[in-house]
Write a protein that binds this ligand. Structure first.
Ligand code: PMP
Length: 362
């Protein structure tokens, strides 16, 4: 596979085969003479496609039967407000781990809907880099309605690679940037949610995987489109869903199955991340600020020793078809997002470019 390779954090690269198929089918979906975007969501062909997408996702993630798989509006942040409104009362306390920028946004949103958001812990600086406070230091509350965390912080490039065992409250995980990237034990969670625009499909769309016992608890003032119980009953079609996003996500799920599923993806993702971190660690020119045990396999931030070279680095990378490497505006530097759609060849070209740039400028 050849450049361009898109390292954007999201909306992110989609598999070429998926885009080619969408293009092929765009003007006439299943021989109908019209596009999938112009068909009623109640049309039997659409409903069948939608059900298959759900089934494929269930298979890919081995979602147990006592979980609803919901296709929601409003991306990742929509779920920041959906979660407290759905499974906590207005007088409740909820626990949040503050592991980075997205956790912080989730905390601020939850504060609108519940009496107390208890931040159990957060980032710490260690001699080996930034890390998340050890679970033994977390200030968990016995009465928390749920515990929320983000296993992969997209901006900070920080990940919690183990599912916290000590937590008694239902676990809620924002997997916007890590869903489907490796095998996962879904039954450990109360809710898993993800904005779609990284490992799934177009933006503005989200997946919420909700354990049945958490349904029926929504606050009376909760927005109906965001109400898990309503959406579960209506098969995510309480109102008109984002039909295009649902269709495209379905194509991504089919593609993932063809690739060998999440186990196969997990192996390639590990190799991609190892190659990139090894390149960074073996040089004095590049630096990753995160403790090795907490490094993200999806979003790899790195800094140049001399940040006056940043603009040159980005310009030359772009000239070689290595796109979207600018770090998030909050943290600067560079960031390579290497989700499922990024092939190993893309990371190989990136590290080759990095070594070459270092030789010329070190
Ligand atoms: N959570 C995480 C971990 C994210 O990376 C993002 C987006 N980058 C969001 C939530 C917010 O997603 P959205 O822009 O779809 O609201």
């Amino acid at each position: 596979m050849t450049a361009p390779f898109n390292f954007s954090a999201g909306p992110a690269m989609l598999p070429g085969a998926v885009l080619a198929r969408a293009q092929e089918e765009l003007r006439s979906w299943r021989g109908s003479g019209i596009s999938v975007m112009e068909i009623s969501h109640r049309d039997p062909a659409f409903m069948q496609m939608a059900a298959k997408a759900e089934q494929d996702l269930r298979e890919l993630m081995a979602v147990p039967d006592n979980y609803q798989v919901l296709f929601m509006h409003g991306g990742g942040r929509g779920q920041f407000s959906a979660v407290p409104q759905n499974i906590a009362g207005q007088n409740d306390t909820v626990d949040y781990l503050n592991g980075g920028i997205w956790s912080d946004f989730a905390i601020r949103e939850a504060q609108k809907y519940v009496a107390r958001v208890n931040v159990v812990g957060g980032l710490i600086d260690t001699p080996q880099g930034r890390a998340i406070a050890p679970v033994t230091d977390w200030q968990l509350r016995d009465d928390a309605a749920y515990f929320h965390y983000c296993p992969n912080e997209t901006v900070d490039g920080i990940a919690l690679h183990t599912i916290p065992e000590q937590v008694q409250a239902p676990l809620v995980a924002d997997m916007s940037s890590s869903i489907l990237s490796e095998p996962l034990d879904v039954k450990r969670f109360g809710i898993i949610y993800a904005g779609a625009q990284k490992n799934i499909g177009p933006s503005g769309f989200a997946i919420a995987i909700v354990r049945d016992d958490l349904l029926g608890r929504a606050q009376t003032t909760a927005s109906t489109v965001m109400d898990y119980t309503v959406q579960a009953k209506e098969r995510s079609m309480y109102n008109t869903p984002n039909t295009w996003a649902w269709y495209l996500s379905g194509l991504v799920f089919e593609w993932l199955k063809e690739q060998g599923g999440v186990a196969a993806m997990g192996e390639v993702n590990q190799r991609k991340a190892d190659l990139l971190y090894q390149t960074i660690d073996s040089s004095e020119f590049y630096r990753n600020p995160v403790h090795p045990d907490y490094r993200s396999k999806m979003n790899v931030p790195f800094l140049l020793a001399d940040d006056s070279l940043d603009a040159d680095f980005l310009r030359q990378a772009e000239q070689q078809g290595l796109l979207g490497l600018k770090g998030h505006r909050y943290v600067g530097g560079m960031r390579a997002s290497i989700y499922n759609a990024m092939p190993l060849a893309g990371v190989e070209q990136l590290v080759e470019f990095m070594r070459d740039f270092e030789q010329k400028h070190a």
